[in-house]
Design a protein around this ligand. Structure first.
Ligand code: ATP
Ligand code: LTN
Length: 326
C-alpha cells in the first residue's frame, strides 16, 4: 500500500485554508493509503513562540485533526518532537544540502523579511521537513501550493543521497488539491489566508463561532461589478469566495457561476457563509467533546512508539551509509 504523510504547524488556531489545503485531503486519503499525520512542533519554533500557547496549540491541533474526521485507526498520529530521529536525520541531510539552495526557498525569503534577527532554523527548516518525509518512505505528501517547493527540495535531497550512497530514500511526490488549493485572505485577497496573519478579520478560524464567520464573510473585500464570476486577476475577492464555496461543497466553479449569475453579492456571501457554517459547526461540537479526553494521549503514545521504530531503521541505514559508525 502506498504511503501518504503530512504535518501541520501548531503555530496558531487553524484556518479554513489549513482545513481545505491539508486536513480535508488527509481525510480523503486515509481510505486509499497508509497514512501518517503529525504535528510539526519543531517547525513552529523556527519563529518566536510563547511556550504556554505553543503547548496548548499542539494538543488543540490533535483534537482538530480528529474532529475533522481523521480516524486514528486509519492514521498514525504523532508529535514531531517526540520522535528524536527527525532532528538526527535532519542534521545529516543539512550537511548534504548546499547553503545556496536553502536561501532560494520562497518561504525563507518571505519569512526572513518579516522577522528581525531570524533564526538559523528558519533557513534549515526545509531540510527538517525533508527528513520528516524521507524517514517514512512517503510516496505522497498532501500540502497546499505554498509547500510544493519544499516537497520538491525533499525529492532533490533524496535523489542526491541515493546517487552518492546507493538506495536510501524513496522519492516523494507532492499532492496539491486542484480546487481551492489556495484560500486567500478575506480582507486582502491577494494574500494567502494564514493562521498567523496580523489582521484576523481576513481569516476564518475553524473554531470561530457562527456569528463571527458570517460577519467576516459579509465584510469580505469584493469589487464594484456585482457579477459572480471567477477572474483571479480582476476579481480576486469574488474569486476567493467562489473558491471557498467550491472547496466546501465540491461544486465546480462553472456550476457556481451559473447558480449565482442573477444574484447580488449580498446573497452570494450569505450562501458562502451557510456552507462554511454547516461544515464547521459539527466539527466544533466534536472538538469540544475531545479536547479534554484521555483518547488524545493514548493516540499520541501509540503514534510515538510506532514511528520511533520505523524511523530508527531509516536513521541507522543513513548513518551507516555516511560512515557514522564504528
Ligand atoms: P503560518 O501562518 O503559521 O505560516 P499557515 O496558516 O500558512 O501557517 P501552515 O502551518 O504553514 O499554515 O500550513 C499547514 C498546511 O495548510 C499546509 O499544507 C499548507 O499548504 C496548508 N495551507 C495553509 N494555508 C492555506 C491556504 N490559505 N490555502 C490552502 N492551503 C493552506
Ligand atoms: N512545513 C509545513 C509543515 C510540515 C510538513 C512536513 C508538511 C513540516 N514537515 C512534512 C508535509 C510534510 C508547513 O508549514 N505547512
Amino acid at each position: 500500500m502506498k504511503r501518504v504523510l503530512t504535518g501541520l504547524q501548531p503555530s496558531g488556531s487553524l484556518t479554513i485554508g489549513n482545513y481545505v489545503g491539508a486536513i480535508k485531503q488527509m481525510v480523503k486519503y486515509q481510505d486509499e493509503y497508509e497514512s501518517f499525520l503529525f504535528v510539526a512542533d519543531m517547525h513552529a519554533i523556527t519563529v518566536p513562540q510563547d511556550p504556554k500557547e505553543l503547548s496548548k496549540n499542539i494538543k488543540n491541533l490533535i483534537a482538530i485533526y480528529l474532529a475533522c474526521g481523521i480516524d486514528p485507526k486509519k492514521n498514525t498520529i504523532f508529535i514531531q518532537s517526540e520522535n528524536l530521529y527527525h532532528a538526527n536525520v535532519s542534521w545529516i541531510l543539512e550537511c548534504l544540502t548546499p547553503y545556496g539552495e536553502l536561501g532560494r526557498m520562497t518561504q525563507f525569503k518571505d519569512k526572513s523579511q518579516k522577522h528581525q534577527n531570524f533564526s538559523a532554523g528558519l533557513l534549515t527548516y526545509p531540510v527538517l521537513m525533508a527528513s520528516d518525509i524521507l524517514l517514512y518512505d512517503a510516496d505522497f505528501v498532501p500540502t497546499g501550493q505554498d509547500q510544493k517547493q519544499h516537497v520538491e527540495l525533499a525529492r532533490n535531497i533524496a535523489e542526491r543521497v541515493n546517487k552518492k550512497y546507493g538506495s536510501v530514500f524513496k522519492l516523494p511526490e507532492p499532492l496539491i488539491p486542484e480546487d481551492g488549493a489556495k484560500i486567500m485572505d478575506l480582507v486582502d485577497p491577494t494574500k494567502k489566508m494564514s493562521k498567523s496573519s496580523e489582521n484576523i478579520k481576513g481569516t476564518i478560524f475553524i473554531l470561530d463561532d457562527e456569528k463571527t464567520i458570517r460577519k467576516k464573510i459579509a465584510s469580505a473585500t469584493t469589487d464594484s461589478q456585482m457579477i459572480v464570476k471567477f477572474d483571479l486577476e480582476n476579481k480576486p475577492g469574488i474569486s476567493n469566495l467562489i473558491n471557498i464555496y467550491a472547496s466546501f461543497t465540491g461544486m465546480s466553479i462553472k456550476d457556481i457561476e451559473n447558480k449565482y449569475k442573477d444574484t447580488n453579492y449580498g446573497i452570494f456571501k450569505t450562501e458562502v457563509a451557510d456552507v462554511v457554517v454547516n461544515t464547521l459547526i459539527p466539527i466544533q461540537k466534536r472538538y469540544n467533546e475531545l479536547i479534554n479526553s484521555k483518547e488524545i494521549d493514548e493516540i499520541l503514545d501509540s503514534g510515538r512508539d510506532i514511528t520511533m521504530k520505523i524511523a530508527k531503521e531509516k536513521y541507522i541505514l543513513l548513518k551507516e551509509k555516511v560512515g557514522l559508525h564504528r
